[in-house]
Design a protein around this ligand. Structure first.
Ligand SMILES: Cc1cc2nc3c(=O)[nH]c(=O)nc-3n(C[C@H](O)[C@H](O)[C@H](O)COP(=O)(O)OP(=O)(O)OC[C@H]3O[C@@H](n4cnc5c(N)ncnc54)[C@H](O)[C@@H]3O)c2cc1C
Ligand SMILES: Cc1cc2nc3c(=O)[nH]c(=O)nc-3n(C[C@H](O)[C@H](O)[C@H](O)COP(=O)(O)O)c2cc1C
Length: 763
């Protein structure tokens, strides 16, 4: 077959090598517009684990590359006058130029033809002469543009500015991040050694800071001199150098995140940066390009037709590429938002940096560097008031809100049971909440408990509006306090336009088959076409509902609850005041976010007035309506958090969605945690994170990185009331108390988990 590789970067050259290795009879030509040893950029990094695949594809080129690797194990972070080092990260670096020269040599040796200084004007024209064209023409791929109608590229130009420089200063002991506060704001560098005498030195900052420095109008030389001044303390008198002769101006760039709908068109396939980019801060662009080259060569050899090979190539590579792009997006967003974290203690800042892509988990960090992680865990426990010598996972650190002391950071998230009779909790609730309180979570939150019969979501919802409700709740709270050391929080709410609907396991949010009651909301909205239209609330309605909240709070106080949560999320009454999707009022309660928050805040103030001063109140919000700019977006949630904080709310329970049938949520592990992170770190308010958090590792990394103070788990607690105690056994933590009648079960669990000796007093 006659094959053209358009572009002599890693993707094009490694494609030529991999194809020739599988079938030497293919006629392969690489076209490169530059000369063989012309190259921009400095070094590239590979992580140790990513090189194995490349080594088994072609041991010869891998060996040659390895001989030129600079290795290092440590990551050093310079921040606020400290240098924090963690180890076990296992990276290697090589000069981009050396890598390309080695690949060129190997490709020639295998019989590929290399045509340098040959600019290809059109991949379409090339494709007429060749059976197959691999378009590996890089980030600014002309091929991608030529066939944009087929590839449908989406290019997201990111906010930060960066410049790729080199230096003779040695950074050979660690991959080094340097964060410097300057007269114009923060600027940081990513530095790593890639051969005996040169290191890559990428400088990055926000566009605002870049403008204030005047980088936009500087020459490359002036830009280097300015960066030298910024990082003078770390450069030991060495210069910063630019080799970006192909770029005009100061050579600063914005990173373009490239995604394409499809990677093949007729006999042309896109590869490497032309098809998809991964941010330099996860150092995987070259690996992605080379691994895609391997996959394409494999399928070219194994599949009967070119089209079948393309289909397999896309199928196999797309998931892997998306996985890396998603990690890369997390990482680049962390750098874009870094100013949010610049108040953190160096220990927490370092942890946040190391876990930014969400690829490295808490326990994975322990495998890399146990000493460093234990130091960080001890710091966390000390800060939480657990004493000076405690080394335990962050999930087992105490927490205090007003006078309420929680033994750990796990919360049973509110979950409707739909088992109440006329609003009254039954024995189901006693057993359900009792079990979860015995199961090790520090705080058990009740389901949404409604302040009036018509404020219920379904006929099975619990209430707090009749004396028998108060008695039934008192029995539950008394059990929790007498038999466990968990605390219990009552979630109070009103259903609004989402009321008068079927039980959760019937048809959720659908109207009752019979016996519907009228519903009200800020505006005359319907939850869906099938639900009844709500009556717009009058001021008298608002006064009445406020009084109902007050009466319910008084009953909850008498029942002995340790905490209250006001439900302002998920499209129920108070949430429907906050989101513009359902609040079209023209009075003081509609319009601006401040106006839309007025009624929920009025309720909070009224409830706070009757709730014991020693006990905390939380507010649950939907931090994202998932409908784009028409609804609440995470940045609005920061504004909501700020108003709650100013009003004296103790902690914000940061949920999202369920406010509109039009919502298009983006699910994933811990998918709502970024909203909690943002509120906590932008305004300094305590938060609870919730949503698809199900592993102890998730909880520990969220807490240790400062993305939340408490972590709510809902579905995991339906499946296992003993989630926390089981997590402790699995992790070999012996500090969580079990109910004495269960000691024998506890001891067996610890033995079976192989997590060392059972706790003291074990049978
Ligand atoms: C600041 C920075 C740091 C990075 N750090 C790392 C790192 O540490 N680790 C890592 O793995 N990756 C890193 N990368 C990414 C890495 O450089 C790319 O992902 C990788 O080079 C992609 O390879 P490629 O072959 O697809 O494209 P390129 O390397 O861009 O190669 C494309 C080639 O095609 C040629 N070409 C383009 N158009 C034509 C034409 N019309 N005719 C002929 N030739 C043409 C170009 O001259 C070029 O040589 C970094 C990127 C940046 C910007
Ligand atoms: C059966 C069930 C009932 C729920 N009821 C409530 C509720 O009454 N109040 C509330 O705020 N959230 C409620 N939720 C939402 C959960 O508290 C939580 O936010 C959501 O399930 C995401 O967490 P998870 O991924 O850990 O399940 C409910 C969730 C489930 C699964």
């Amino acid at each position: 077959m006659k094959i053209a590789c358009l572009g002599g970067g890693p993707a094009g050259l490694y494609s030529a090598i991999s194809i020739k290795l599988r079938d030497a009879t293919h006629d392969v030509t690489v076209f490169e517009r530059n000369r063989p040893d012309d190259t921009f950029g400095w070094g590239v990094v590979f992580s140790n684990e990513t090189f194995d695949n490349i080594a088994s594809n072609d041991p010869a080129s891998a060996q040659a590359i390895r001989e030129h690797f600079a290795y290092w194990d440590d990551i050093a972070v310079h921040y606020r006058g400290e240098r924090i080092v963690s180890t076990g990260h296992g990276f290697s670096g090589i000069a981009r130029k050396t890598l390309l020269l080695l690949l060129q040599e190997r490709a020639s040796e295998l019989g590929a033809k290399l045509r340098f200084q040959t600019e290809i004007a059109s991949a379409g024209e090339l494709a007429k002469e060749y059976d197959f064209v691999i378009a590996a023409d890089g980030l600014n791929s002309k091929t991608r543009n030529e066939f944009a109608h087929a590839f449908k590229p989406a290019i997201d130009t990111r906010k930060n500015k960066f410049v790729w420089l080199g230096t003779r200063q040695r950074f050979d002991d660690a991959f080094t991040f340097i964060f410097e506060e300057t007269e114009h704001g923060w600027v940081w560098a990513h530095a790593y050694q890639f051969n005996a005498d040169t290191a890559t030195f990428i400088v990055e900052c926000s566009e605002t800071v870049w403008r204030k420095f005047g980088f936009a109008t500087m020459s490359q030389d002036e830009s280097c001199r300015t960066c030298e001044r910024i990082f003078e303390r770390y450069l030991g008198g060495h210069r910063l150098m630019s080799n970006a002769t192909h770029l005009r101006g100061s050579a600063w760039l914005n990173f373009p995140r490239v995604l394409c709908d499809t990677w093949s068109h007729e006999n042309i396939v896109l590869m490497g940066d032309a098809a998809a980019t991964a941010h330099f801060s996860v150092g995987s662009g070259t690996k992605l390009a080379m691994e895609s080259a391997i996959a394409m060569a494999d399928y070219l050899a194994s599949e009967p037709t070119l089209q079948a090979a393309f289909a397999k190539y896309e199928d196999a590579r797309r998931t892997e590429v998306l996985r890396l792009q998603s990690a890369a997006r997390n990482s680049l967003e962390w750098f874009e938002d870094v100013e949010r974290y610049l108040h953190l203690d160096p220990v927490q800042f370092n942890y946040s940096l190391l876990t930014r892509s969400q690829r490295i988990s808490h326990e994975n960090l322990r495998l890399r560097d146990r000493d460093w992680l234990e130091g960080a865990e001890a710091w966390f426990q000390r800060l939480a008031g657990a004493g000076d010598n405690t080394i335990r996972r962050p999930m087992f650190a105490p927490f205090r809100l007003r006078d309420m002391r929680l033994k750990n950071r796990i919360v049973v998230s509110p979950m409707a049971q739909y088992k109440a009779v006329d609003g009254c909790p039954t024995d189901w609730h006693l057993v359900h909440y009792g079990e979860r309180a015995k199961g090790g979570a520090a705080l058990v939150c009740t389901e949404m408990t409604c302040v009036s019969p018509e404020g219920r979501i379904t006929p099975g919802c619990t209430g707090m509006y009749a004396p028998e409700h108060e008695r039934a709740w008192t029995r539950i709270v008394d059990f929790v306090h007498a038999e466990t050391d968990a605390k219990i929080c009552c979630q109070l709410g009103h259903s609004g336009a989402k009321g008068s609907t079927q039980l959760g396991w019937e048809e959720m949010d659908a109207p009752l088959k019979s016996g519907n009651w009228p519903v009200m909301a800020p505006s005359p909205v319907t939850w869906s076409e099938r639900n009844q239209r709500a009556r717009a609330m009058t001021r008298a309605d608002m006064d009445r509902v406020r009084e109902e909240f007050v009466v319910a709070a008084e009953m909850a106080a008498r029942a002995g609850f340790d905490m209250l949560e006001i439900h302002c999320a998920h499209g129920y009454l108070l949430s429907s005041f906050i989101t513009p999707l359902t609040n079209w009022r023209t009075d003081n309660y509609g319009g601006s976010l401040q106006n839309r928050m007025r009624y929920p805040l009025e309720i909070f103030q009224a409830v706070r007035g009757v709730w014991p001063a020693a006990k905390p109140i939380s507010v649950r919000i939907s931090a994202n309506d998932w409908v784009g700019a028409e609804g609440i977006e995470p940045r609005d949630a920061v504004g909501i958090g700020r108003m709650l904080q100013e009003a004296g709310v103790d902690i914000c329970d940061v949920s999202a969605g369920q406010t509109s049938v039009k919502a298009r949520p983006v699910y994933g592990r811990m998918f709502q945690t970024p909203f909690s992170d943002r509120i906590r770190n932008e305004i300094g308010m305590a938060t609870m994170a919730v949503g698809n958090i199900y592993e102890p590792d998730h909880v520990n990394s969220i807490l240790m990185a400062g993305r939340a103070d408490l972590v709510c788990l809902a579905r995991p607690h339906l499946a296992n009331p003993y989630w926390t105690l089981h997590a402790a056994a699995r992790l070999g933590d012996r500090g969580e108390a079990w109910p004495p009648p269960y000691y024998a079960g506890r001891d067996q669990l610890y033995r079976l988990a192989g997590s060392g000796e059972p706790p003291a007093g074990a049978v």
